[in-house]
Design a protein around this ligand. Structure first.
Ligand SMILES: [Fe+2]
Length: 221
C-alpha cells in the first residue's frame, strides 16, 4: 500500500480527568503530537519528491540525510505518542491478563517488572518502551533517549512511558522527584486492556511469522 498522509487521532484520555496529569499538560502535549504529525507528512513528501538520480548523498551533510533523519524523529514522535495517549484514561493499578502473565515470567514477578520500569524511567532521557520481541517472544523495558534512539527491530511497543520533561514539568516540576511523582501518576491512569490488546496483536503477528515456511501438516496429525 503506497504511503499516504497521516492525521492526528482522537483519544479517550482527553474525554476525562486524569488522576495527577492535568488537562493543560495533556492539551499542550497533544499540540506537540500534532506538530510531529505535520512534520511526518512534510518530511515524507520531500523524501518522495527528491530526484534520487541527481541528489547528493553525503554523510556529513546533505538535504537527503537531514530530512531522512528528522523523518524518523517525527514519525516515532507520532507513533510513540499515539500509544501513550491511547493507553491513558484507564484505572491503572496492577497489570492484568496476558501482559501480567508475561512480565511475571520474564522479570520473576510483576513487582520486579515495576521496579525495573521505575528505574528505567529514571535512567531514560525520553521514553521507556515496554516491547514484545517478535523473534523470541520476550518482553523488555527499553530505554530510549529520544523517540528514534535505541529501539530495536522487531520490537513491538505495548506500553509507552513518556519521560520527557514536557510530560510532567507543569504538574510536578522538572526534577528527578517530579519525574518520579509523574511516573506514579502515569501508572494510576494506564488502561491495561489497551496494553493487552497491543500485546495480543504482537503475539498474533509472531504466530503468523513463525508459521511461514513451515511444511503443511498432513491431515489428522
Ligand atoms: Fe511527549
Amino acid at each position: 500500500m503506497p504511503w499516504d498522509e497521516i492525521k492526528p487521532r482522537q483519544f479517550a484520555a482527553f474525554e476525562k480527568e486524569l488522576d495527577g496529569i492535568s488537562r493543560q499538560t495533556m492539551e499542550d502535549h497533544y499540540k506537540l503530537y500534532e506538530g510531529y504529525c505535520k512534520k511526518v507528512n512534510e518530511c515524507r513528501k520531500i523524501l518522495n519528491e527528491f530526484d534520487y538520480g541527481e541528489i547528493e548523498g553525503n554523510q556529513v551533510y546533505s538535504p537527503l540525510r537531514a530530512v531522512a533523519v528528522d523523518y524518523t524523529f517525527a514519525l516515532l514522535g507520532y507513533k510513540n505518542h499515539d500509544l501513550y495517549f491511547g493507553h491513558l484514561g484507564g484505572e491503572g493499578g496492577e497489570p492484568n491478563g496476558r501482559f501480567a502473565e508475561l512480565v511475571d515470567q520474564e522479570f520473576n514477578g510483576v513487582d520486579k517488572w515495576f521496579d525495573s520500569l521505575r528505574k528505567s524511567a529514571k535512567a531514560a532521557r525520553g521514553w521507556v518502551m515496554v516491547g514484545y520481541d517478535l523473534n523470541d517472544g520476550s518482553v523488555f523495558n527499553y530505554i530510549m533517549d529520544t523517540q528514534n534512539l535505541w529501539a530495536v527491530y522487531n520490537m513491538v511497543p505495548v506500553l509507552a512511558l513518556d519521560v520527557y520533561e514536557h510530560a510532567y514539568a507543569r504538574d510536578y516540576g522538572a526534577t528527578p522527584d517530579g519525574r518520579g511523582q509523574y511516573v506514579e501518576a502515569f501508572l494510576r491512569n494506564v488502561n491495561w486492556d489497551h496494553v493487552n490488546r497491543q500485546l495480543a496483536q504482537a503475539e498474533a503477528a509472531k504466530q503468523g511469522a513463525d508459521s511461514v515456511g513451515r511444511e503443511p501438516t498432513p491431515a489428522g496429525q
